[in-house]
Ligand binder design. Structure first.
Ligand SMILES: *[C@@H]1O[C@H](CO)[C@@H](O)[C@H](O)[C@H]1NC(C)=O
Ligand SMILES: *[C@@H]1O[C@H](CO)[C@@H](O)[C@H](O)[C@H]1NC(C)=O
Ligand SMILES: *[C@@H]1O[C@H](CO)[C@@H](O)[C@H](O)[C@H]1NC(C)=O
Ligand SMILES: *[C@@H]1O[C@H](CO)[C@@H](O)[C@H](O)[C@H]1NC(C)=O
Ligand SMILES: *[C@@H]1O[C@H](CO)[C@@H](O)[C@H](O)[C@H]1NC(C)=O
Ligand SMILES: *[C@@H]1O[C@H](CO)[C@@H](O)[C@H](O)[C@H]1NC(C)=O
Length: 368
Protein backbone atom coordinates (compact mmCIF):
# COMPACT_ATOMS: atom_id res chain seq x y z
CA UNK A 1 0.00 0.00 0.00
CA UNK A 2 1.01 3.60 -0.52
CA UNK A 3 2.68 5.26 2.43
CA UNK A 4 2.84 9.01 2.15
CA UNK A 5 2.13 10.61 5.49
CA UNK A 6 4.91 13.13 5.36
CA UNK A 7 4.15 14.53 1.91
CA UNK A 8 0.47 14.90 2.86
CA UNK A 9 1.31 16.70 6.08
CA UNK A 10 3.78 18.99 4.38
CA UNK A 11 1.37 19.82 1.56
CA UNK A 12 -1.43 20.41 4.01
CA UNK A 13 0.77 22.74 6.02
CA UNK A 14 1.70 24.62 2.91
CA UNK A 15 -1.80 24.75 1.51
CA UNK A 16 -3.73 25.62 4.58
CA UNK A 17 -3.10 29.35 4.37
CA UNK A 18 -3.71 29.53 0.66
CA UNK A 19 -7.25 28.37 0.13
CA UNK A 20 -9.13 30.82 -2.01
CA UNK A 21 -11.59 33.38 -0.80
CA UNK A 22 -14.76 31.59 -1.77
CA UNK A 23 -13.63 28.08 -1.03
CA UNK A 24 -15.90 26.84 1.72
CA UNK A 25 -14.10 25.83 4.86
CA UNK A 26 -16.01 23.15 6.64
CA UNK A 27 -15.21 23.46 10.30
CA UNK A 28 -13.72 20.37 11.82
CA UNK A 29 -16.59 18.32 13.23
CA UNK A 30 -16.49 17.53 16.91
CA UNK A 31 -15.10 14.13 17.68
CA UNK A 32 -17.91 11.62 17.50
CA UNK A 33 -18.34 9.48 20.53
CA UNK A 34 -16.31 6.31 20.57
CA UNK A 35 -19.23 4.00 20.90
CA UNK A 36 -22.35 4.17 18.85
CA UNK A 37 -25.48 2.60 20.17
CA UNK A 38 -26.00 -0.75 18.54
CA UNK A 39 -29.32 0.58 17.24
CA UNK A 40 -27.65 3.34 15.24
CA UNK A 41 -27.61 1.10 12.21
CA UNK A 42 -29.90 -1.60 11.07
CA UNK A 43 -27.99 -4.73 11.83
CA UNK A 44 -28.78 -7.70 9.74
CA UNK A 45 -26.71 -9.99 11.82
CA UNK A 46 -27.86 -13.50 11.25
CA UNK A 47 -29.01 -14.82 14.58
CA UNK A 48 -27.51 -17.86 16.14
CA UNK A 49 -28.89 -21.14 15.02
CA UNK A 50 -31.70 -21.79 17.49
CA UNK A 51 -30.26 -23.98 20.14
CA UNK A 52 -31.36 -27.60 20.16
CA UNK A 53 -30.79 -28.66 16.66
CA UNK A 54 -27.91 -29.66 14.52
CA UNK A 55 -26.91 -33.27 15.03
CA UNK A 56 -23.21 -33.34 15.91
CA UNK A 57 -20.53 -34.97 13.84
CA UNK A 58 -19.05 -36.16 17.12
CA UNK A 59 -19.86 -38.45 18.86
CA UNK A 60 -20.44 -40.76 15.91
CA UNK A 61 -23.83 -42.09 16.97
CA UNK A 62 -26.54 -42.94 14.48
CA UNK A 63 -27.54 -39.81 12.65
CA UNK A 64 -30.96 -38.31 12.92
CA UNK A 65 -32.46 -35.22 11.33
CA UNK A 66 -32.57 -31.94 13.21
CA UNK A 67 -36.37 -32.13 13.34
CA UNK A 68 -36.62 -35.53 14.97
CA UNK A 69 -33.72 -34.69 17.29
CA UNK A 70 -35.52 -31.59 18.50
CA UNK A 71 -38.74 -33.52 19.01
CA UNK A 72 -37.20 -36.31 21.11
CA UNK A 73 -34.42 -34.32 22.67
CA UNK A 74 -35.49 -32.28 25.70
CA UNK A 75 -31.91 -31.28 26.59
CA UNK A 76 -30.92 -27.71 27.37
CA UNK A 77 -27.71 -25.83 27.88
CA UNK A 78 -27.29 -22.70 29.87
CA UNK A 79 -26.37 -20.41 28.22
CA UNK A 80 -27.81 -21.69 24.95
CA UNK A 81 -25.03 -20.10 22.92
CA UNK A 82 -21.63 -18.64 23.75
CA UNK A 83 -19.84 -15.51 22.61
CA UNK A 84 -16.40 -15.43 24.17
CA UNK A 85 -13.39 -13.22 23.75
CA UNK A 86 -10.23 -15.11 22.85
CA UNK A 87 -8.48 -16.31 26.03
CA UNK A 88 -11.51 -15.61 28.22
CA UNK A 89 -13.21 -18.40 30.25
CA UNK A 90 -16.38 -20.27 29.34
CA UNK A 91 -18.78 -22.20 31.55
CA UNK A 92 -21.82 -24.02 30.20
CA UNK A 93 -24.26 -26.23 32.11
CA UNK A 94 -25.98 -28.99 30.16
CA UNK A 95 -29.03 -30.66 31.64
CA UNK A 96 -31.56 -33.39 30.87
CA UNK A 97 -35.03 -34.06 32.41
CA UNK A 98 -35.31 -36.05 35.66
CA UNK A 99 -36.23 -39.25 33.83
CA UNK A 100 -35.56 -40.95 30.56
CA UNK A 101 -31.79 -40.52 30.28
CA UNK A 102 -28.85 -42.43 31.71
CA UNK A 103 -25.49 -41.01 30.69
CA UNK A 104 -24.75 -37.31 30.12
CA UNK A 105 -21.51 -36.05 28.57
CA UNK A 106 -19.68 -33.37 26.65
CA UNK A 107 -17.62 -33.83 23.51
CA UNK A 108 -15.25 -30.95 23.00
CA UNK A 109 -12.80 -30.43 20.16
CA UNK A 110 -10.07 -30.05 22.77
CA UNK A 111 -10.63 -33.47 24.29
CA UNK A 112 -8.70 -32.84 27.49
CA UNK A 113 -11.11 -30.00 28.29
CA UNK A 114 -14.20 -32.23 28.40
CA UNK A 115 -15.48 -33.32 31.83
CA UNK A 116 -15.99 -37.07 32.34
CA UNK A 117 -19.54 -38.30 31.55
CA UNK A 118 -21.95 -38.49 34.44
CA UNK A 119 -25.13 -40.28 35.56
CA UNK A 120 -26.36 -36.97 37.04
CA UNK A 121 -29.05 -34.76 35.49
CA UNK A 122 -26.62 -31.97 34.66
CA UNK A 123 -22.99 -31.58 33.69
CA UNK A 124 -20.92 -28.44 33.57
CA UNK A 125 -18.26 -27.90 30.93
CA UNK A 126 -15.84 -25.10 31.63
CA UNK A 127 -12.60 -23.77 30.20
CA UNK A 128 -10.37 -21.21 31.91
CA UNK A 129 -9.11 -19.73 28.69
CA UNK A 130 -10.46 -20.33 25.20
CA UNK A 131 -7.42 -20.53 22.94
CA UNK A 132 -8.95 -22.37 19.98
CA UNK A 133 -10.64 -20.23 17.31
CA UNK A 134 -12.56 -23.24 15.97
CA UNK A 135 -13.55 -24.75 19.30
CA UNK A 136 -16.44 -27.25 19.08
CA UNK A 137 -18.56 -28.41 21.95
CA UNK A 138 -21.48 -30.80 21.96
CA UNK A 139 -23.50 -32.08 24.87
CA UNK A 140 -24.98 -35.56 24.48
CA UNK A 141 -27.16 -37.91 26.51
CA UNK A 142 -28.00 -41.58 26.18
CA UNK A 143 -31.69 -42.36 26.28
CA UNK A 144 -33.06 -45.15 28.53
CA UNK A 145 -35.00 -46.35 25.50
CA UNK A 146 -31.87 -46.59 23.38
CA UNK A 147 -30.42 -44.02 21.03
CA UNK A 148 -28.87 -40.70 21.80
CA UNK A 149 -29.67 -37.08 21.83
CA UNK A 150 -27.32 -34.13 21.54
CA UNK A 151 -26.98 -30.37 21.25
CA UNK A 152 -24.16 -28.65 19.47
CA UNK A 153 -23.33 -25.46 21.34
CA UNK A 154 -22.95 -22.45 19.03
CA UNK A 155 -19.69 -20.71 19.99
CA UNK A 156 -18.24 -17.49 18.63
CA UNK A 157 -14.67 -16.73 19.61
CA UNK A 158 -13.94 -13.09 18.94
CA UNK A 159 -11.09 -10.64 19.04
CA UNK A 160 -11.38 -6.89 18.44
CA UNK A 161 -9.11 -5.51 15.71
CA UNK A 162 -5.51 -4.62 16.54
CA UNK A 163 -5.84 -1.48 14.48
CA UNK A 164 -8.18 0.27 12.06
CA UNK A 165 -6.70 2.76 9.63
CA UNK A 166 -7.97 4.76 6.68
CA UNK A 167 -6.02 5.79 3.61
CA UNK A 168 -6.45 6.89 0.01
CA UNK A 169 -5.71 3.94 -2.21
CA UNK A 170 -2.90 4.48 -4.71
CA UNK A 171 -2.88 8.21 -4.19
CA UNK A 172 -0.75 10.71 -2.36
CA UNK A 173 -1.37 14.34 -1.71
CA UNK A 174 -4.35 16.55 -2.53
CA UNK A 175 -7.25 15.22 -4.57
CA UNK A 176 -8.64 16.90 -7.65
CA UNK A 177 -12.25 17.99 -7.77
CA UNK A 178 -14.60 15.64 -9.66
CA UNK A 179 -12.04 12.83 -9.90
CA UNK A 180 -12.66 9.36 -8.54
CA UNK A 181 -10.67 8.10 -5.56
CA UNK A 182 -10.87 5.01 -3.41
CA UNK A 183 -10.85 5.13 0.38
CA UNK A 184 -9.33 2.07 2.04
CA UNK A 185 -10.22 1.03 5.56
CA UNK A 186 -7.81 -1.60 6.81
CA UNK A 187 -8.95 -3.63 9.80
CA UNK A 188 -6.08 -5.59 11.27
CA UNK A 189 -6.36 -9.04 12.84
CA UNK A 190 -10.04 -9.23 13.73
CA UNK A 191 -12.10 -12.36 14.41
CA UNK A 192 -14.57 -13.45 13.23
CA UNK A 193 -14.36 -11.06 10.27
CA UNK A 194 -17.79 -12.21 9.07
CA UNK A 195 -19.30 -10.40 12.07
CA UNK A 196 -17.59 -7.15 11.24
CA UNK A 197 -19.41 -4.04 10.01
CA UNK A 198 -17.31 -1.22 8.59
CA UNK A 199 -18.80 2.25 8.18
CA UNK A 200 -17.13 5.03 6.22
CA UNK A 201 -17.76 8.59 7.34
CA UNK A 202 -17.26 12.03 5.84
CA UNK A 203 -17.32 14.31 8.85
CA UNK A 204 -20.40 13.18 10.76
CA UNK A 205 -22.16 11.70 7.72
CA UNK A 206 -22.13 7.96 7.20
CA UNK A 207 -21.22 7.32 3.57
CA UNK A 208 -21.48 3.56 3.31
CA UNK A 209 -21.64 0.47 5.47
CA UNK A 210 -19.90 -2.72 4.43
CA UNK A 211 -19.66 -6.29 5.68
CA UNK A 212 -17.24 -9.05 4.92
CA UNK A 213 -18.40 -12.29 3.35
CA UNK A 214 -15.33 -14.08 4.67
CA UNK A 215 -16.28 -16.98 6.97
CA UNK A 216 -12.78 -17.45 8.43
CA UNK A 217 -12.86 -17.91 12.21
CA UNK A 218 -9.24 -17.04 12.89
CA UNK A 219 -8.10 -13.40 12.97
CA UNK A 220 -7.65 -11.88 9.53
CA UNK A 221 -6.75 -8.49 8.17
CA UNK A 222 -9.20 -7.16 5.64
CA UNK A 223 -9.34 -3.99 3.57
CA UNK A 224 -12.75 -2.46 2.85
CA UNK A 225 -13.08 0.13 0.10
CA UNK A 226 -15.47 2.83 -0.99
CA UNK A 227 -15.21 5.16 -3.98
CA UNK A 228 -15.53 8.91 -3.57
CA UNK A 229 -15.70 11.80 -6.03
CA UNK A 230 -14.80 14.88 -4.00
CA UNK A 231 -16.22 18.30 -4.77
CA UNK A 232 -14.57 21.58 -3.86
CA UNK A 233 -16.84 21.78 -0.80
CA UNK A 234 -15.06 18.68 0.49
CA UNK A 235 -11.81 20.59 0.94
CA UNK A 236 -10.93 20.30 4.61
CA UNK A 237 -13.42 17.53 5.47
CA UNK A 238 -12.25 14.52 7.41
CA UNK A 239 -12.79 10.97 6.22
CA UNK A 240 -12.64 8.13 8.70
CA UNK A 241 -13.98 4.63 9.19
CA UNK A 242 -15.24 2.63 12.09
CA UNK A 243 -15.22 -1.13 12.58
CA UNK A 244 -17.83 -2.79 14.81
CA UNK A 245 -18.06 -6.45 15.75
CA UNK A 246 -21.75 -7.35 15.74
CA UNK A 247 -21.89 -10.24 18.17
CA UNK A 248 -25.60 -10.44 18.84
CA UNK A 249 -27.50 -10.50 22.14
CA UNK A 250 -25.11 -13.04 23.70
CA UNK A 251 -22.17 -10.76 22.97
CA UNK A 252 -20.76 -8.01 25.19
CA UNK A 253 -23.24 -5.29 26.13
CA UNK A 254 -21.11 -2.75 24.26
CA UNK A 255 -20.09 -4.24 20.94
CA UNK A 256 -16.37 -3.79 20.29
CA UNK A 257 -15.96 -0.63 18.18
CA UNK A 258 -12.76 0.81 16.82
CA UNK A 259 -12.34 4.07 14.93
CA UNK A 260 -9.65 4.84 12.42
CA UNK A 261 -7.62 8.01 12.45
CA UNK A 262 -9.02 11.02 10.57
CA UNK A 263 -7.93 11.61 7.01
CA UNK A 264 -7.89 15.33 6.18
CA UNK A 265 -9.03 15.89 2.63
CA UNK A 266 -7.40 18.56 0.55
CA UNK A 267 -9.32 19.11 -2.70
CA UNK A 268 -7.76 21.14 -5.47
CA UNK A 269 -9.96 22.93 -7.98
CA UNK A 270 -10.14 25.92 -10.25
CA UNK A 271 -9.33 28.46 -11.28
CA UNK A 272 -12.97 29.58 -11.48
CA UNK A 273 -14.24 33.03 -12.30
CA UNK A 274 -16.94 34.20 -9.89
CA UNK A 275 -18.51 36.91 -12.00
CA UNK A 276 -20.75 37.02 -15.02
CA UNK A 277 -19.30 37.38 -18.49
CA UNK A 278 -21.16 40.70 -18.61
CA UNK A 279 -20.16 42.51 -15.41
CA UNK A 280 -22.17 45.55 -14.43
CA UNK A 281 -20.66 48.00 -11.99
CA UNK A 282 -21.93 51.33 -10.78
CA UNK A 283 -19.93 54.45 -11.45
CA UNK A 284 -17.67 55.26 -8.50
CA UNK A 285 -17.78 51.74 -7.15
CA UNK A 286 -15.05 49.20 -7.11
CA UNK A 287 -14.60 46.96 -10.13
CA UNK A 288 -14.43 43.56 -8.52
CA UNK A 289 -14.51 40.00 -9.73
CA UNK A 290 -13.25 37.07 -7.69
CA UNK A 291 -11.28 34.21 -9.09
CA UNK A 292 -11.26 31.19 -6.83
CA UNK A 293 -9.32 28.02 -6.74
CA UNK A 294 -7.40 25.84 -4.37
CA UNK A 295 -4.62 26.74 -4.18
CA UNK A 296 -5.35 30.41 -4.83
CA UNK A 297 -4.67 31.06 -8.52
CA UNK A 298 -2.72 34.04 -9.76
CA UNK A 299 -4.76 36.49 -11.82
CA UNK A 300 -3.83 39.20 -14.30
CA UNK A 301 -6.40 41.45 -15.98
CA UNK A 302 -5.66 42.63 -19.48
CA UNK A 303 -7.29 45.39 -21.48
CA UNK A 304 -6.27 45.89 -25.09
CA UNK A 305 -3.32 43.58 -24.52
CA UNK A 306 -2.07 45.62 -21.55
CA UNK A 307 -2.01 44.31 -18.01
CA UNK A 308 -4.16 46.62 -15.92
CA UNK A 309 -4.99 47.09 -12.26
CA UNK A 310 -8.71 47.04 -11.56
CA UNK A 311 -9.97 50.49 -10.55
CA UNK A 312 -11.21 51.01 -7.00
CA UNK A 313 -13.54 53.75 -8.33
CA UNK A 314 -14.96 52.93 -11.73
CA UNK A 315 -15.73 55.58 -14.25
CA UNK A 316 -17.38 55.26 -17.64
CA UNK A 317 -14.07 54.94 -19.43
CA UNK A 318 -13.41 51.72 -17.54
CA UNK A 319 -16.16 50.06 -19.54
CA UNK A 320 -15.10 47.60 -22.20
CA UNK A 321 -13.72 44.14 -22.82
CA UNK A 322 -11.18 42.64 -20.47
CA UNK A 323 -9.27 39.43 -20.62
CA UNK A 324 -8.60 37.66 -17.36
CA UNK A 325 -5.60 35.38 -17.33
CA UNK A 326 -5.55 32.93 -14.44
CA UNK A 327 -2.99 30.35 -13.51
CA UNK A 328 -3.81 27.78 -10.87
CA UNK A 329 -2.39 24.49 -9.71
CA UNK A 330 -4.33 22.65 -12.41
CA UNK A 331 -3.26 24.86 -15.29
CA UNK A 332 -4.11 28.20 -16.76
CA UNK A 333 -7.31 29.60 -18.21
CA UNK A 334 -8.29 32.79 -19.95
CA UNK A 335 -11.69 34.38 -19.43
CA UNK A 336 -13.28 37.30 -21.19
CA UNK A 337 -15.30 39.77 -19.15
CA UNK A 338 -17.27 42.63 -20.61
CA UNK A 339 -17.56 45.47 -18.11
CA UNK A 340 -20.45 47.89 -18.23
CA UNK A 341 -20.32 50.97 -16.00
CA UNK A 342 -23.76 52.21 -14.98
CA UNK A 343 -24.64 55.75 -13.97
CA UNK A 344 -24.33 56.30 -10.25
CA UNK A 345 -28.00 57.23 -9.45
CA UNK A 346 -31.39 56.29 -10.76
CA UNK A 347 -30.96 52.82 -12.21
CA UNK A 348 -33.03 49.83 -11.37
CA UNK A 349 -31.04 48.15 -8.60
CA UNK A 350 -31.87 49.93 -5.38
CA UNK A 351 -29.47 49.99 -2.52
CA UNK A 352 -29.58 51.75 0.79
CA UNK A 353 -26.71 54.05 -0.04
CA UNK A 354 -28.33 55.17 -3.30
CA UNK A 355 -31.55 55.69 -1.46
CA UNK A 356 -29.77 57.75 1.19
CA UNK A 357 -28.03 59.93 -1.38
CA UNK A 358 -31.35 60.39 -3.14
CA UNK A 359 -32.90 61.50 0.13
CA UNK A 360 -30.00 63.88 0.71
CA UNK A 361 -30.37 65.37 -2.76
CA UNK A 362 -34.08 65.92 -2.15
CA UNK A 363 -33.30 67.50 1.23
CA UNK A 364 -30.75 69.82 -0.33
CA UNK A 365 -33.26 70.80 -3.01
CA UNK A 366 -35.80 71.57 -0.30
CA UNK A 367 -33.29 73.71 1.60
CA UNK A 368 -32.37 75.73 -1.47
C1 LIG B 1 -27.03 -26.96 36.09
O1 LIG B 1 -28.42 -26.94 35.79
C2 LIG B 1 -29.20 -27.76 36.65
C3 LIG B 1 -30.61 -27.78 36.13
O2 LIG B 1 -30.99 -26.53 35.61
C4 LIG B 1 -29.13 -27.22 38.07
O3 LIG B 1 -29.88 -28.02 38.94
C5 LIG B 1 -27.66 -27.21 38.50
O4 LIG B 1 -27.55 -26.66 39.79
C6 LIG B 1 -26.82 -26.47 37.52
N1 LIG B 1 -25.43 -26.61 37.88
C7 LIG B 1 -24.61 -25.58 38.04
C8 LIG B 1 -23.22 -25.88 38.46
O5 LIG B 1 -24.99 -24.44 37.89
C1 LIG C 1 -15.18 -28.72 14.70
O1 LIG C 1 -16.15 -29.40 13.97
C2 LIG C 1 -15.98 -29.34 12.57
C3 LIG C 1 -17.13 -30.06 11.94
O2 LIG C 1 -18.23 -30.05 12.76
C4 LIG C 1 -14.66 -29.93 12.18
O3 LIG C 1 -14.48 -29.80 10.78
C5 LIG C 1 -13.57 -29.23 12.89
O4 LIG C 1 -12.34 -29.84 12.61
C6 LIG C 1 -13.81 -29.27 14.37
N1 LIG C 1 -12.80 -28.47 15.02
C7 LIG C 1 -11.94 -28.99 15.85
C8 LIG C 1 -10.95 -28.04 16.44
O5 LIG C 1 -11.95 -30.17 16.14
C1 LIG D 1 -2.48 1.82 13.27
O1 LIG D 1 -2.11 1.94 11.91
C2 LIG D 1 -1.65 3.23 11.55
C3 LIG D 1 -1.43 3.26 10.06
O2 LIG D 1 -0.82 2.09 9.62
C4 LIG D 1 -0.40 3.57 12.34
O3 LIG D 1 0.03 4.86 12.03
C5 LIG D 1 -0.73 3.49 13.83
O4 LIG D 1 0.45 3.70 14.58
C6 LIG D 1 -1.31 2.13 14.17
N1 LIG D 1 -1.73 2.15 15.56
C7 LIG D 1 -1.52 1.14 16.37
C8 LIG D 1 -2.05 1.28 17.74
O5 LIG D 1 -0.91 0.14 16.00
C1 LIG E 1 -17.06 -12.47 -1.42
O1 LIG E 1 -17.33 -11.36 -2.23
C2 LIG E 1 -16.42 -11.19 -3.30
C3 LIG E 1 -16.78 -9.95 -4.04
O2 LIG E 1 -17.54 -9.12 -3.27
C4 LIG E 1 -16.50 -12.40 -4.23
O3 LIG E 1 -15.57 -12.27 -5.27
C5 LIG E 1 -16.23 -13.64 -3.44
O4 LIG E 1 -16.40 -14.77 -4.26
C6 LIG E 1 -17.14 -13.75 -2.24
N1 LIG E 1 -16.74 -14.88 -1.44
C7 LIG E 1 -17.63 -15.66 -0.86
C8 LIG E 1 -17.08 -16.77 -0.05
O5 LIG E 1 -18.85 -15.51 -0.99
C1 LIG F 1 -6.43 17.52 10.25
O1 LIG F 1 -7.22 18.64 10.53
C2 LIG F 1 -7.41 18.88 11.91
C3 LIG F 1 -8.36 20.04 12.08
O2 LIG F 1 -8.62 20.67 10.91
C4 LIG F 1 -6.05 19.16 12.56
O3 LIG F 1 -6.24 19.35 13.93
C5 LIG F 1 -5.15 17.96 12.32
O4 LIG F 1 -3.87 18.23 12.83
C6 LIG F 1 -5.05 17.66 10.85
N1 LIG F 1 -4.30 16.43 10.68
C7 LIG F 1 -3.30 16.31 9.81
C8 LIG F 1 -2.64 14.97 9.74
O5 LIG F 1 -2.94 17.24 9.10
C1 LIG G 1 -4.17 33.33 -22.31
O1 LIG G 1 -3.75 34.58 -22.77
C2 LIG G 1 -2.34 34.79 -22.70
C3 LIG G 1 -2.06 36.24 -23.06
O2 LIG G 1 -2.73 36.60 -24.21
C4 LIG G 1 -1.68 33.83 -23.67
O3 LIG G 1 -0.27 33.99 -23.62
C5 LIG G 1 -2.04 32.41 -23.24
O4 LIG G 1 -1.54 31.48 -24.15
C6 LIG G 1 -3.53 32.25 -23.15
N1 LIG G 1 -3.78 30.97 -22.52
C7 LIG G 1 -4.78 30.18 -22.84
C8 LIG G 1 -4.89 28.89 -22.09
O5 LIG G 1 -5.59 30.47 -23.71
Amino acid sequence: MFVCHRPITLLLLRLFGSVASLAIHTPAPPLPSQIFPASAFPSNVPSFPSSPGVPPSIPPFSSSTAESTRARCPMTTSPSSVVVRFEDPVTVNCSVPETGFSLLGWVVSLLKEAPPPTMERSLVWSVNSVTDWKINSTCYALSDHGGQCSIKLPIIVYKPPDNVSISLGNHCGPMLEAHRYTLHCEVQRVAPVGRLTVTFYKGQTALRQLRSNNTEKEPVTEVFTVDIVPSKEDDGVQYWCEATLELGPEGPRRPPVMMSQKLNASVHFGPQLICPGKLQVREGERLLCDVTGNPQPSVIWYRDGQAVALPTRSSRNHAGKYMVWTKGHLGQKNFTVEVEVLGSVGTANSCNRCFLSAVLVIQMITWL
